[in-house]
Design a protein around this ligand. Structure first.
Ligand code: NDP
Ligand code: 8X3
Length: 254
């Protein structure tokens, strides 16, 4: 296993959910992290909790390619040797069928889940290759593997992430950079609150009378893939709550 103390992890979406849980997990094991997201107060609270020697923070919207590049160029020396990128920032908006969906929601999901992830990975990969290797972890979803009504552009964006991660593997052969796409199912975070735009009643429904996964479960899986011996690459890791499974194919009848 790799020594986590040798890892410097750049995390997008560290203000909540998987990203915040991963930040805590890595620092608990001795790694350094660069925590990013749009909500500065949350980043500051995370840094106060984890310590400025272990947690550098950058207020960042992944949709802003120029800002992302400038922020990465300005990372202070103790945090500059990034060898893990956790491209986690993302969101679902709405659950309407495609013929009723809000096109602005589509734009935001594409700009964040696809473009933001691409900008993040593109900006950080050359440095990792130059320094001799590293690991890109992308956050996909079961929604990128299976269709469900209302998944629409969200699920399609996660299918994009999955294929991009696999294509990266092909490009990075011989560069000592690993790539893993993590594909979780139902996990209780702020995801649903964001999807339903702050409607807490609606957002809580997916988690009622069942047991979902939690952010620490996913952080543990992310962490595990990145400390495996260097010769070993987990390409894709799909996980669900034990309570979640598959429905039958659905046949419409008049
Ligand atoms: P949360 O809503 O709890 O966290 C999402 C994070 O993404 C926040 O830190 C948010 O930070 C950040 N983010 C959103 N938009 C931007 C942006 N434009 N720029 C920078 N950061 C942004 O949800 P999760 O932790 O659950 O989601 C994390 C990832 O996991 C997402 O990609 C999601 O699609 C995926 N996922 C979630 C599942 C679930 O059931 N929870 C299952 C499968 C995948 P801020 O608002 O401060 O910018
Ligand atoms: C989030 C999981 O099933 O809500 O990616 O789309 S799901």
């Amino acid at each position: 296993m790799l020594d986590p103390a040798e890892l410097t992890v750049f995390i997008t979406g560290a203000t909540s959910g998987f990203g915040a849980a991963a930040a805590r997990r890595y620092v608990a094991e001795g790694a350094k992290i660069i925590a990013t997201g749009r909500r500065t107060e949350r980043l500051e609270a995370l840094q106060a909790e984890l310590g400025a020697d272990k947690c550098h923070i950058i207020t960042l919207d992944v949709q802003d390619r120029a800002a992302l590049k400038a922020a990465i160029a300005a990372i202070p020396a103790p945090f500059a040797n990034i060898n893990v990128v956790l491209a986690n920032a993302g969101l679902a908006l709405g659950l309407q069928p495609a013929y009723e969906a809000d096109e602005d929601d589509w734009d935001t999901m594409v700009a964040t889940n696809i473009n933001g992830l691409l900008y993040t990975v593109r900006a950080l990969l050359p440095g990792m290759i130059e320094r001799g290797g590293g690991h890109v972890v992308t956050i996909g979803s079961v929604a990128g593997d299976y269709a469900y009504p209302g998944s629409g552009v969200y699920g399609a964006s996660k299918a994009f992430v999955k294929q991009f991660a696999l294509n990266l593997r092909a490009d990075l052969q011989g560069k000592n950079v690993r790539v893993t796409n993590i594909e979780p199912g139902l996990t209780e975070t702020e995801f649903s609150l964001v999807r339903f735009k702050g409607d807490a009643d609606r957002a809580g429904k997916p988690y009622v009378n069942t047991v979902a996964m939690n952010a620490d479960d996913i952080a543990e899986s992310i962490f595990w893939t990145t400390i495996l011996p260097r010769h070993f690459n987990v390409n894709r890791l799909q996980m669900m709550a034990t309570t979640q499974a598959f429905g039958p194919f659905n046949i419409y009848r008049e």
